[in-house]
Design a protein around this ligand. Structure first.
Ligand SMILES: [Zn+2]
Length: 977
């Protein structure tokens, strides 16, 4: 019989089809801002972060620099923070997040200066420059803030902390003052990294080391004019006449330097007392010309390699220890001056050069320390622009980065003392802003004496949890080895070093009274007051009366001191300080930044906090890597591989080529990467992420679409009455909740990303929902088969929304807003972190279910081969016969488990295999289409008996028995009547 009376479409209308306004397409460009407006209207972040019942959680924001557009590095950083904060909020904690910006410093000052006409520059005063810099910084803050908000980041956006705010500056002065009073701040002449191009001292963190730097290196002979007694005796014993050795053209010490411009500042030659040195007779090799010295002193270990590189025969006549050389007096090769050979330290090695080190205390840290030991002056004949001064004699006026080197080398050539010159490639520090080489230059600077609290800092590091653990080694090594921290800068846009100098004696005025007074002035007026007022207006009594004697300092503080004081300025971690919000605490629970901050903010914050309070400002420090392109290269405009997060979220000019993926896809990327190393991003990765996003969205849509006529209050089936398949699905959901909770606890979001995909694709789509189609579509709307399934769908979709909320916050809220039944929470974030009732946890369901899913896979492979050969269409056209032999015990046990069900209308193998009939044992069907035998299981596929029901597409033998519905099976007839 064929169905001709009723058109198929009429039966289609009797199925329970999907109904939901939750759209397949995200339409993120419109929908995400709508959801954000909804959150704002509910004041959701404000209420949860202030009124949640749990403890407070302080993730303290490291301030990005207020300059430039947001890039994917910002996205990685801020979204990681937001995922952690949203998780904490869902867990009922008061996770108040005060975002910050670093607003002072040279880059902004330069930006302002570059934007001025020369006439405007001429009229510029420090105060007007600061006003322009202030306005520029605020404008940049607003631009970046809008980007962060668009990404769905929750924070106190209307009350961020800015390092230019009065209260912040005052707290920073408080930190500086506490360090002054504890004896940790001093002023000294010391070689510091100096940028002639910026005319300022630079911190370690402001340097970069570009590849391919070469310097003009020179080997020079310094002729000895006087020998110490001990050495003279040894020379005599070796048959050399000391008197002759020091005669003109006699004995010389050989040095090597890559900075010829420092030679005018030479005040010593240093040796390592423990190394062996050789006194060698010199003769030319091949065509080379003989130097003016007949004997050279070099490190014994380097003698042979020097013979090759200098092109000289160096015949060793006497071997002595470095200590024996101390006290040789030599003549400066270029200036009328004599200096001595001194003992340096273990920094003198035989890795390069001659083993004897040209020493200029004004131009190197080791040189400075050695000079200090011998009471040498800190000679620094270089001005702030890098020009040699009158102290450099005939070289005055040349520039160390331009003509000083060639001029000095030419002069050396004329003396006959130049042994060799060559280009030398090495690591050399450049100014990170101007990209020009820096020098070491001794200047009067303000320092924080790290030596004074190094031990306490190392102890504090040990108390902190570093994630990953290698972070501890990094910062420990840096803090153990670092020198004192130069905190002064010769710039205008910053917080002043609040010091006065006596106009005649240079005496420094810096004490509790002046510090308190300046701090109060800055709290009231901001740090502009330092430039707006004269000394009389800045000095407290009793000094104000003698204001004419004092001159205010002009240095500003290193910006790392600004941001490094944020624990005081924001978290209130200083005596008399106030935190920005009652929920914040100090030390913070967590700092989270890129791994370069071991050198930067993690360290500057640690040093100031330890110096003032004796402990770290954080309990835990989590670091992330950097963003690279898909091939592992740095993103750069020239390579054309930059992913602009604004384009990714909002789309490009041509949305066909650059679609608007929305903030959730950007957030999903952040969750997908193992950020403990550098992380890749590019168009291919974005496409894959968009696919995962769609998969999750479509899964949620399917769940919602099948709940349109379901009200848990009315229709839910109690857990104990659910079929085995449903209980298994809830066991899987409980397992997902447990694993994802752990993943978030350990900040391993990429595991969440994998678990989420697995849950949506495998557990839900491939298994549970695949089997459930018949229950959902075909059953009567209120049948147990369908209501029990809907019960599970509702329980799952609510928890799925909660689990994705920290990452896919917009989609999670969209799901919540489209739940087709009433819930008591207006937002998914009010529901809290998903939980599973204890009864859901039935791990014993996993084993039989796994067996059955294996059997299902075996059957599917046979069905697939029948489909491929055109013998079958849909799997419902098939019947299956199973025979379980030896070796199939666990499958047999699984089938017994299935047969024990109280709900055979759901828990039956034919339905689970999506076939129309199933037979266990008995005789094989006629016309077997496919047969397989694996692990004791025989599977035979044949055409199902009967005809296809027009409504449910099952093949049944009872079709045609009902006169009104001659094309339907008995089950469908029952549903319709
Ligand atoms: Zn039917």
């Amino acid at each position: 019989m064929t169905a001709s009376s009723a058109p198929a479409t009429s039966y289609k209308d009797t199925l329970n089809l999907l109904q939901t306004p939750f759209s397949m397409r995200a339409n993120a460009k419109v929908r995400e801002p709508e959801i954000q407006a909804f959150w704002a209207e509910l004041q959701l972040y404000e209420r949860l972060s202030q009124q949640n019942p749990g403890e407070s959680f302080t993730l303290h924001d490291g301030p990005p620099y207020a300059n430039g557009a947001l890039h994917v590095g910002h996205a990685l950083n801020k979204i990681l923070k937001d995922i952690i904060n949203k998780t904490a909020l869902l867990q009922g904690k008061k996770a108040r997040f005060i975002p910050g910006w670093d607003c002072h410093g040279l880059p902004i000052e330069l930006k302002v200066l570059q934007g001025l006409k020369s006439s405007e520059r001429a009229e510029l005063t420090p105060v007007s420059l600061r006003q322009k810099a202030h306005a520029y910084a605020l404008e940049q803050v607003e631009g970046q803030k809008a980007g962060f908000r668009r990404w769905g980041i929750w924070a106190d956006w209307d009350q961020p902390y800015l390092t230019l705010q009065k209260s912040y500056e005052a707290a920073q002065i408080g930190v500086f003052g506490a360090m002054v009073l504890a004896g940790h701040i001093y002023r000294g002449l010391k070689p510091v990294h100096w940028s002639p191009s910026s005319r300022t001292a630079l911190a370690e963190a402001e340097l970069e080391y570009p590849d391919g730097h070469t310097s003009p290196s020179v080997f020079v002979a310094f002729p000895a004019v006087q020998l110490p007694k001990g050495l003279a005796t040894q020379l005599s014993a070796a048959g050399l006449k000391p008197e002759a050795a020091i005669a003109e053209g006699g004995l010389a010490v050989a040095i090597w330097t890559t900075t010829p411009w420092t030679l005018p500042a030479n005040l010593a030659v240093s040796v390592n007392e423990r190394l062996d040195y050789a006194i060698c007779a010199v003769s030319p090799r091949g065509e080379s010309t003989a130097p003016s010295a007949s004997h050279l002193v070099v490190a014994a270990e380097l003698r042979e390699s020097l013979e090759a590189s200098l092109g000289l025969e160096l015949q060793p006549l006497l071997r002595v220890k470095g200590a024996d050389l101390e006290g040789i007096v030599y003549r400066h090769p270029l200036l009328e001056r004599a200096s001595a050979v001194v003992i340096g330290g273990d920094y003198i090695t035989t890795e390069a050069g001659t083993g004897l080190v040209h020493t200029a205390p004004g131009h190197g840290v080791d040189d400075f320390n050695t000079g200090k030991k011998y009471g040498l002056p800190v000679l620094c004949p270089v001005d702030e622009a890098g020009n040699l001064t009158a102290e450099a004699g005939p070289f005055a006026g040349t520039n160390v980065l331009k003509d000083a080197n060639p001029t000095i080398i030419e002069a050396l050539e004329g003396t006959g003392l130049l042994l060799k010159q060559e280009r030398y490639e090495h690591r050399y520090p450049y100014d990170w802003r101007t990209k020009k080489p820096t020098i070491f230059r001794a200047t009067e600077q303000w320092f924080a004496s790290v030596e004074g609290f190094r031990a306490a800092a190392l102890e504090a590091i040990a108390q902190v949890e570093w994630l990953p653990a290698s972070g501890r080694n990094r910062i420990e090594a840096m803090v153990s080895e670092r020198g004192d921290w130069c905190i002064s800068r010769q710039r205008t846009w910053g917080v002043p070093i609040p010091v006065f100098y006596h106009r005649e004696t240079g005496e420094v005025l810096l004490n509790q009274t002046t510090l308190d007074h300046i701090q109060a002035l800055i709290a009231e007026h901001g740090s502009d007051v330092w430039w707006e007022r004269d000394e009389a207006g800045l000095l407290p009594e009793p000094y104000a009366a003698e204001a004419a004697q004092w001159r205010k300092g002009t240095d500003t503080m290193d910006v790392w001191f600004d941001s490094g004081s944020s624990w005081a300025g924001v978290l209130g971690g200083i005596a008399g300080g106030e935190s920005r919000a009652p929920e914040l605490h100090y030390p913070a629970d967590l700092y989270l930044e890129g791994s370069d901050q071991h050198r930067g903010w993690f360290q500057s914050s640690l040093l100031t906090s330890v110096a003032v309070n004796g402990h770290a400002p954080y309990k835990r420090v989590l670091t992330h890597g950097f963003t690279l392109d898909e091939k592992g290269r740095k993103m750069s405009k020239s390579l054309g591989n930059v992913v602009d997060p604004a384009v990714l979220v909002e789309g490009g000019k041509n949305e066909k080529q650059e679609p608007a993926y929305g903030a959730d896809v950007l957030r999903l990327w952040v969750s997908s990467v193992d950020y403990s190393a550098d992380v890749p991003l590019g168009p291919g990765i974005v496409k894959q992420l968009a696919d995962v996003y769609r998969k999750v969205r479509n899964t949620a849509r399917y769940l919602l679409g099948n709940l349109h006529d379901f009200d848990p209050a009315r229709d839910a089936v109690p857990y104990a009455e659910l079929p085995l398949l449903d209980q298994w699905m809830l066991q899987r959901t409980a397992a997902l909740i447990d694993s994802v909770s752990g993943d978030f606890e350990r900040f391993e979001f990429y595991r969440f990303f994998q678990a989420l995909q697995n849950f949506c694709v495998v557990d839900l789509s491939n298994v549970y929902l695949d089997i459930a189609k018949d229950r959902l579509y075909v059953s009567g709307a209120q049948e147990f088969r369908r209501r029990s399934c809907q019960t599970v769908l509702a329980l799952v979709v609510e928890r799925l929304a909660g689990l994705i909320a920290p990452v896919l916050c917009h989609m999670a809220e969209d799901i919540w807003q489209n739940l087709p039944y009433a819930v008591s929470e207006r937002s998914v974030f009010e529901r809290g972190w998903p939980t599973a009732p204890a009864e859901w946890r039935q791990p014993e369901l996993e084993t039989p279910m796994a067996q059955i899913l294996e059997l299902r896979a075996l059957v599917n492979r046979q069905l697939e081969s029948c489909r491929a050969s055109g013998q079958l269409g849909a799997s419902l056209e098939a019947q299956v016969q199973l025979e379980l032999g030896d070796g199939a015990e666990s499958t047999r046990a699984a089938l017994r488990w299935l047969e024990s069900t109280a709900h055979p209308s759901v828990d039956n193998l034919a339905d689970w295999l999506l076939v129309s009939a199933l037979q266990q044992g008995g005789s094989a069907p006629a016309d077997v289409l496919a047969e397989a035998n694996e692990a004791g299981i025989t599977v035979r596929i044949a055409k199902a008996a009967g005809e296809k029901c027009e409504r449910c597409w099952h093949y049944e033998t009872d079709i045609g028995q009902h006169s009104t519905h001659p094309s339907l099976c008995g089950r469908c007839v029952a549903v319709l009547s």
